[in-house]
Design a protein around this ligand. Structure first.
Ligand code: MD6
Ligand code: FE
Length: 215
């Protein structure tokens, strides 16, 4: 039994971001090493790759997926594809431990019975970033996105429902989980360029899992 006197054994805090959006700091910290092991296993079957946007830019974030479908981008647009275009094979299944974590986190945010179809896995090295965007390629516009941060910290850019609104900067650390749905589903968000660093679990990278209910 671990000591009851250090912060790692306290329940995670719940920070309200706006209607439908909460940040659960430290929610997955005790599971982080196991989750990263699963990511490494998934990446052996479905390697990380830098997707090209419809506009012809190569993304600085490397991506892979697990689930019935995976999010992909190419010159023809964004889509959810049941097949990994890089290998021609179906994406690996979402590990049970991922589904269990996603459902527990969603419930904390007020979304019971969460059962995602897809898990997009993002890998950031120093300098990698994700511009302000809305997640709007999913048919289910109410179910939350559950986003798990692993490894190096990042600055989450968190805007409003209009692109032109003010943008908050939230530091996301290893084990932090954001839950994002209902009336908060279409908030603009992004990740500032990752700072150089070393993390004991992921080395020079940050890994992000984003679970989505697609259908
Ligand atoms: C990331 N996350 O944290 C990128 N989208 O690496 C996202 O784009 C995201 O964290 C929707 C909801 C939560 C997110
Ligand atoms: Fe997003």
């Amino acid at each position: 039994m671990t000591a009851l006197f250090d912060s790692s054994s306290l329940p995670s805090s719940l920070e309200w971001l706006e209607g439908g959006a909460v940040l659960l700091r430290g929610f997955a910290t005790s599971e982080a090493e196991m989750l990263i092991g699963e990511v490494e296993r998934i990446a052996q079957a479905a390697p990380f790759r830098h997707l090209v946007t419809p506009g012809g830019y190569t993304m600085s974030v490397a991506m892979t997926n697990c689930g019935r479908v995976g999010w992909v981008s190419d010159r023809t647009g964004y889509r959810y594809d049941p097949v990994d275009p890089a290998t021609g094979a179906p994406w690996p299944a979402i590990p049970t431990a991922f589904l269990d974590l996603a459902a527990r986190a969603a419930a904390q945010g007020g979304f019971e019975g969460y059962n995602p179809d897809a898990c997009l896995i993002n890998r950031y090295l120093a300098g990698a970033k994700l511009g302000l965007h809305q997640d709007r390629d999913e048919k289910d516009a109410w179910a939350p996105i559950v986003s798990v941060s692993l490894g190096l910290p990042a600055v989450f850019l968190w805007g409003g429902k209009r692109r032109s609104g003010p943008v908050r900067r939230l530091r996301l650390e290893n084990g932090d989980v954001a839950v994002w749905g209902g009336p908060g589903r279409f908030v603009y968000h992004g990740i500032a360029p990752l700072k150089d660093g070393q993390h004991p679990l992921t080395g020079a990278s940050r890994i992000n899992l984003t679970f989505r209910k697609v259908f």
